[in-house]
Design a protein around this ligand. Sequence first.
Ligand code: SF4
Length: 150
Amino acid sequence: MLEKVMNQTKKTWWSEGIRFQCQGSGKCCVSRGSYGYVYVTLDDRKRLAKFFQLPVQTFTKKYCDRDSNGFWKLNEFRAECQFLRGKSCDVYEARPTQCKTWPFWPENMSAKAWSKEVAKFCPGVGKGKVWTEREISQVLKVQEKSESSY
Ligand code: SF4
């Protein structure tokens, strides 16, 4: 997907960078429409298991389940992520890759998706640090790699 986005136009719409800084709203940790999944790679589960000082299998059994395609994710949100406390993430230092890379996900990076899905929803868009095209590409690669290993 990312390759497709990058190949379609030599110059990305974000070539001048994108201003984004998390405002700690917790909005991305709450169910919204069909969004309510946090997928986790084996590395994510290992990191989180270590955080809880649990064997990976025990962590996975307690805090994860599989989607209909068999991919591991955190237990489905009951309105919000099981690790959200108020507006804070209880596992912030060990949080899943998907949480770290928001909002620079391949599926968000068309100009249309960004303006309709991300900028309208996320209060961090337009605030704080300007992420350069290079930095965004790096994050996109991390997220793409993660998506290929659920
Ligand atoms: S793991 Fe933390 S950052 Fe990720 S959705 Fe849950 S509360 Fe939010």
